[in-house]
Design a protein around this ligand. Structure first.
Ligand code: S3P
Length: 176
């Protein structure tokens, strides 16, 4: 990790179903940091669900809102941020995310599918073949997640509690 990174900002990236919100919440509790979920912040500030925004404004509209929120959230300190799976796509976002220590929660397409196939709230997966969509997204995004990551944790095998321990073992010391 480069020294100019904010030691007290932790950013979780990774695909839908990787467990960013669950792990982010646990990590924040453990470190006594604030927790933010970028999708939830977008929904609160818009007063509408992610699905509604995709429907009315298209993915482009959602991504514009996401960039604004990612810029705001990554200026926080003593915070853990869980980001939406596509938050790593825009170059601008990549720069903002690098204000923090970035953890990539990596999940296989099978694990992602298992955890998301019943979900009606993820607009990108409302297709005839969501598994194929997850695979296509993985192929595009995995290299970006990997390149941005300061730490990679594979999910789907360990309980959230064990994953938290794994992360804490590998996290650089948090400045007070
Ligand atoms: C998206 C992931 C979602 C949400 C939106 C788009 C994506 O967040 O931001 O539906 O592009 O992968 P989660 O990763 O929290 O499900």
């Amino acid at each position: 990790m480069s020294n100019d990174k904010e030691q007290t900002l932790i950013v979780l990236i990774g695909p839908m179903g990787a467990g960013k919100t669950t792990i982010g919440r646990l990590l924040a509790q453990r470190l006594n940091y604030d927790f933010y979920d970028s999708d939830a912040v977008i929904e609160d500030s818009t007063g509408a669900s992610v699905s509604w925004i995709f429907d009315k404004e298209g993915e482009i509209g959602f991504r514009q809102r996401e960039t604004k929120v990612i810029d705001e959230l990554t200026q926080k300190k003593q915070a853990v941020i869980a980001t939406g799976g596509g938050a790593i796509l825009a170059k601008e976002n990549q720069q903002y995310l690098q204000r923090g220590f970035i953890i990539y929660l990596q999940a296989s397409v099978d694990v992602q599918y298992e955890r998301t196939y019943r979900d009606r709230h993820r607009p990108l997966l409302q297709t005839a073949n969501p598994k194929e969509k997850l695979k296509a997204l993985f192929d595009i995004r995995h290299p970006i997640y990997t390149q941005l990551a300061d730490l990679i944790i594979v999910t789907g095998y360990l309980s959230p509690k064990k994953m938290l321990q794994e992360i804490l073992k590998q996290l650089p010391p948090q400045s007070p």
